[in-house]
Design a protein around this ligand. Structure first.
Ligand SMILES: NS(=O)(=O)c1cc(-c2ccccc2)cc(-c2ccccc2)c1
Ligand SMILES: [Zn+2]
Length: 262
């Protein structure tokens, strides 16, 4: 489709001219801060199914010019009663060597080094394109990423980035257990109604952002921040893929439900 970027003429302040939802309501990401949080005792632990993909399955890792995405099999899904949401793909948002802060959601004003999104669509819709167009179509899991010790699960993806340095490149990798990319506590998360954080910014996402971050090493983060380009292999003006996160949006009259007390 049309082009957009995170900086320059086609940066996020111009998204709304080409993608009207981006200037609309219920936009994401948000900063999870005291005054908009509300404890909700009815929020149950997120239920993951089929996340332990077999190594005979394969995932396709792609550079789409804006992020690195990993295709996921429809045998993977989550249940958020009363609906089942089928996995589609996961992808990342990160910063740069300069800033090292590239998460989209923030907690109490703290931006994390990076964030991973696992995108699912409501099984009541025939396909993801249809689901994107309706308010209850998508459910995205947000995983905040902190710097800590080396993470072998994330290495499954990070070790492949050299194969997809340029826009349009894809590479198949053996399936692995995606559960190991997700924090331990599936019962502690922030929940709100929001949107895609990239154009076309459809307000069709039920967000669940886990309270606890996962950890990757400084070297793994450095690779994520330096390996990829937004441009294709033949470009005469290569553009590094960094700072691919959207700024914080207005919560409007929205509250964010939290599944934990303190
Ligand atoms: N950040 S996000 O979670 O809101 C998101 C979801 C989906 C998405 C993916 C499949 C089905 C439906 C929605 C795609 C992107 C995206 C990121 C970079 C470039 C282009 C698209 C981002
Ligand atoms: Zn995302």
């Amino acid at each position: 489709g049309q082009s957009w970027a995170y900086t320059g003429k086609e940066g996020e302040n111009s998204w709304a001219t080409k993608y009207s939802f981006c200037g609309g309501v219920y936009q994401s990401p948000l900063d999870f801060h005291g005054s908009i949080l509300q404890y909700d005792s009815t929020l149950k632990p997120i239920q993951l199914y089929g996340y332990n993909a077999s190594s005979t399955d394969y995932f396709t890792v792609s550079n789409n010019g804006h992020t690195v995405s990993v295709s996921l099999p429809p045998s993977m899904y989550i249940e958020i009663p009363p609906f089942r949401y089928i996995a589609a793909q996961l992808h990342f948002h990160w910063g740069s060597l300069a800033g090292h802060e590239g998460s989209e959601h923030c907690i109490g004003g703290k931006r994390f080094p990076a964030e991973m999104h696992i995108v699912h669509y409501n099984s009541k819709y025939v396909d993801i394109g249809t689901a994107m167009e309706v308010a209850d179509g998508l459910a995205v899991l947000g995983i905040l990423i902190e710097v800590g010790s080396f993470n072998p699960a994330y290495e499954n993806i990070i070790s492949q980035l050299a194969h997809i340095k340029f826009k349009g490149q894809k590479f198949n990798i053996p399936g692995f257990n995606v559960r190991h990319l997700v924090p331990e506590r599936l019962d502690e998360y922030y929940r709100y109604e929001g949107s895609l954080t990239t154009p076309p910014c459809n307000p069709s996402v039920l967000w669940s952002v886990f309270r606890n971050p996962v950890f990757i090493s400084e070297e793994q983060l450095h690779l994520l921040e330096t390996a990829l380009y937004c441009t294709d292999q033949n470009s005469s003006a290569p553009v590094e893929m960094t700072d691919n996160y959207r700024t914080l949006q207005q919560e409007g009259d929205r509250l964010v439900s939290v599944s934990f007390r303190e």
